[in-house]
Ligand binder design. Structure first.
Ligand code: ADP
Ligand code: ARG
Length: 347
């Protein structure tokens, strides 16, 4: 593998993308500088995926668990979900997010400070025009106080600072200029601006288990996770934002026929969607058993406070691992079916 990589890099070493001048060394910089990386590569713009395809493609296939990369098919119709998470599932909250970037601009690892501000301005114009339950306000990161940031981070609403992988990739340059968060009144629809991607569009809401003893939930009680409502809000948000870009900025989400929606990190290609529940897992599972069981169900396990965090108080973040090669509805259905299987292991 190392020999192959050396060959790839020597063939590509004189290349640069036309938009941001991203080289193959820029692509692998994070993985080289941070030894704990598990993926280690980032794209600085759309062209990286084409110019350095021999490097990216094996990583994409391995991460998403596919042998071939089919044409991307999207399905953002919540009515196509065939079942829901069972009522008694001890779900504390449900969240669905997609990663998106604007076509024609460098991605966060490759973009200049000036262009980043231009992206922010295009995004904010589109976001401030949202209506109904999606309407809200944009808060530039540097105008938030430390306690506001802390509260938003602890609530699971805001990205954290100092991601060492992103820093090594060049994503955190000029921090915090051009970054921010948009959210509606209830904090059920949120958009992160210029973090790992130009946009992370997020829909989330608490389940009733958030305020109750999970084991006292009766079969008649309302479901702990209204996945359909969360997905529906996300889909409306994605479609409305893309339309606004086309109308006001003559641009749209960066997209490739096979790789789907293009993201900075190859783990987020395709749908760009991670649908997660925070679930209070029955005590009979230890971390390793849970991870292995989830792997078999095509699910990923994280801690409660994001990717790098550990589980706390038996609460885990369980989500789809794969994002490319299947539709949004299929991936969400995998999460629903997986959680329904997981809760049967309780007894
Ligand atoms: P990403 O979702 O963008 O891959 P992370 O795993 O770091 O990134 O999660 C980002 C934030 O979202 C974290 O603060 C995490 O606690 C919060 N989060 C993720 N899933 C849920 C959920 N189901 N309910 C509430 N908060 C969540
Ligand atoms: N670059 C990091 C690594 O290789 C993160 C990979 C996936 N996560 C992400 N947020 N893109 O471990």
């Amino acid at each position: 593998m190392w020999e192959e990589l050396k060959d790839i890099s020597s063939i590509h070493q004189d290349r640069k993308t036309s938009l941001t001048g991203f080289t193959i060394s820029d692509v692998v910089r994070s993985g080289v500088e941070v030894p704990s990386s598990s993926v280690g590569v980032y794209a600085g713009d759309e062209e990286c995926y084409l110019l350095y395809r021999p490097l990216f493609e094996p990583i994409i296939k391995e991460y998403h668990g596919i042998d071939e990369i089919p044409s991307h098919v999207s399905n953002l119709d919540p009515h196509c979900l065939t079942s829901m998470i069972e009522n008694e599932a001890p779900i504390i909250s449900t969240r669905c997010r997609v990663a998106r970037n604007l076509s024609g601009y460098g991605f966060p690892a490759g973009i200049s400070g000036e262009k980043r501000l231009e992206v922010e301005s295009v995004l904010v114009t589109a976001l401030e025009a949202l209506e109904g339950d999606l309407s809200g306000h944009y808060y530039p990161y540097d105008l938030l106080t430390s306690s506001e940031k802390e509260e938003l981070v602890m609530g699971g609403y805001l990205f954290r600072e100092n991601d060492k992988y992103q820093a090594a990739a060049g994503i955190s340059r000029d921090w915090p200029e051009g970054r921010g968060i948009f959210y509606n009144k209830d904090k059920t629809f949120l958009v992160w601006v210029n973090e790992e991607d130009h946009l992370r569009i997020i829909s989330m809401q608490k389940g009733i288990s958030a305020n109750r003893n999970i084991f006292s939930l009766s079969i008649q009680s309302k479901t702990g996770a209204d996945v359909k409502a969360v997905f529906d809000r996300l889909c409306r948000g994605i479609n409305t934002i893309n339309k606004a870009f086309l109308t006001h900025a003559q641009t749209e989400f960066a997209f490739h026929k096979h790789y789907g929606y293009l993201s900075s990190c190859p783990t987020n290609l395709g749908t760009g969607m991670r649908a997660s529940v925070h679930i209070s897992v029955p005590g009979s599972f230890n971390d390793v058993q849970l991870k292995n069981t989830c792997r078999q169900l095509s699910l990923d396990v994280r801690g409660r406070h994001g990717e790098a965090s550990e589980a706390e108080g038996g609460v885990y973040d369980v989500s789809n691992r794969q994002r490319l090669g299947r539709t949004e509805v299929d991936l969400l259905q995998t999460v629903i079916d997986g959680i329904n299987s997981l809760i049967t292991y309780k007894t």
